[in-house]
Ligand binder design. Structure first.
Ligand code: GLA
Length: 433
């Protein structure tokens, strides 16, 4: 979950046309001189259905999309002869940096959007470091992953290798597309790859989630991390958050996934998220089950056992889990119309029972579902603001856009940005030479 107001590590508007991978390589050369040796690419995700189900041990159906965060990097303990180990600003490699830590004993990541780099001394801080002594902004995610890697022995004793990197990203921030999970997974893969000890994707995802839960302090589920790391081209991912299994669901060829960035962002999303999670846990306790996942329907006496908020949350989660399998089945069977109808009913549930929609999200869903070629739409992600997702007939995208844009601005009083997305592979690392 990306906190609003976090400095943008990426997403520059001026150079939009230049791929993030190329911008990361350029930024690396500008910051350090010499060539990077590796490129890590980590996709955003959009969740088609199965919202707020992950921390209820339930089901979700995300897609890793072709909006990505890239890190170009090079290890600094064995830099090839002739490579310049300049720090940003040109200081020599042998010199200590601003933090008093030599370049060989740290992870350092510069970003095209933030003049302050993320710097993690090695070994990283202890996991019980008090929050005021932790990094702030996007650097928290980098630090949190390093802390978890060191603390959990995830590197099988190989230890963290020092590296320097440069980050560029096309993932809008605070929009519900998991820019933070993409960053966490990119850093986790960079570290484990350089150490020669990459864990299984599920383990990598859990490690990134621990960084977010225990270090950053957001009590999120595993949806974002599993979606980023587990992406498969052309497929949605049916994720069972209890069994931790990821099942690919083929997307119909003629179907376009349109992510609608409503342009809205909200403060205080983290506390509302924690409130919803507490409502769900209260409901599960009152109904005598380990998690809402364990219910296929509300018991007949549910209204007498639950307070009104817990009743609405439970009703939504139970229906939402069922919708995941229904949408997965519809997509696998090529029935985009059925999938679209299920998205619309999911939106009604998340708006009325889970109460995490927002005016711009409702406006986007109304404008999209009335536009030609649209099978259905819903808000996506944590909620309140950010993005909606629409399933649209690929052959009618122009007509969809032409109708959607004026209808949305008339309803919402602002412009939306449409991203027509493809399903892509998950976080990966490539050797550049
Ligand atoms: C955020 C969280 C996820 C998930 C979604 C809602 O994205 O990070 O774990 O709970 O909200 O589905």
């Amino acid at each position: 979950m990306a906190p609003p107001g976090r400095p943008d590590p990426a997403g520059g508007s001026g150079e939009r046309a230049v791929p993030a991978a190329l911008r990361a390589v350029r930024a690396f050369k500008a910051a350090y001189g010499g060539e990077p040796t590796h490129l890590v690419r980590s996709p955003a995700r959009v969740n088609l259905i199965g919202e707020h189900t992950d921390y209820n041990d339930g089901l979700c159906l995300p897609v890793a999309i072709d909006r990505e965060l890239c890190i170009a990097l090079r290890r600094t303990d064995d830099a090839p002869a002739g490579a310049d180990r300049r720090q940003p600003g040109g200081s020599a490699a042998a010199a200590a940096d601003d933090d008093g830590v030599g370049v060989g004993a740290q992870l350092r990541l510069v970003s095209e959007q933030d003049p302050t780099p993320a710097v993690v001394p090695l070994p990283p801080p202890a996991p019980d470091t008090p929050p005021p002594a932790r990094a702030t902004g996007w650097a928290r995610y980098v630090q949190g992953v390093a802390v978890q890697l060191a603390a959990t022995g995830q590197l099988a004793g190989a230890g963290l290798v020092p590296w320097q990197g440069a980050l560029a990203s096309d993932i809008p921030l605070g929009a519900g597309l998991s820019s933070s999970a993409a960053l966490e997974l990119a850093v986790a893969l960079a570290c484990t790859h350089l150490a020669g000890s990459v864990p299984a994707p599920t383990e990598l995802a859990r490690l990134a989630q621990r960084a977010e839960n225990a270090w950053v302090g957001a009590a999120t589920g595993l949806l974002d991390q599993l979606a980023c790391v587990g992406g498969i081209a052309g497929h949605a991912l049916r994720i069972d958050c209890r069994a931790l299994t990821v099942t690919p669901v083929p997307l119909p060829a003629g179907l376009a996934i349109v992510v609608i960035d409503t342009g809205s962002r909200r403060e205080l999303v983290t506390s509302a998220y924690a409130d919803r999670r507490a409502d769900c846990e209260r409901a599960a306790r009152a109904l005598g089950v380990p998690a809402l996942r364990d219910l296929d329907a509300l018991p007949a006496d549910a209204a007498g056992r639950l307070d009104p908020a817990a009743l609405r949350r439970a009703r939504f989660v139970i229906a939402e889990n069922a919708r995941v399998d229904a949408v997965a089945g519809a997509l696998a069977g090529g029935d985009a119309e059925a999938a679209g109808r299920l998205l619309l009913s999911g939106h009604r549930g998340i708006r009325d029972d889970f109460e995490v929609s927002g005016p711009e999200l409702d406006a986007a869903v109304a404008a999209a579902s009335a536009a030609p070629g649209c099978f259905g739409a819903r808000m996506t992600g944590g909620g309140f603001a950010g993005c909606a997702v629409a399933l649209v007939d690929r052959d009618r995208l122009d007509a969809f856009t032409a109708a959607f844009e004026p209808a949305y601005s008339a309803r919402a009083g602002r412009e939306a940005v449409l991203h027509v997305c493809s399903a892509v592979a998950g976080t990966s690392v490539t050797a550049l030479r």
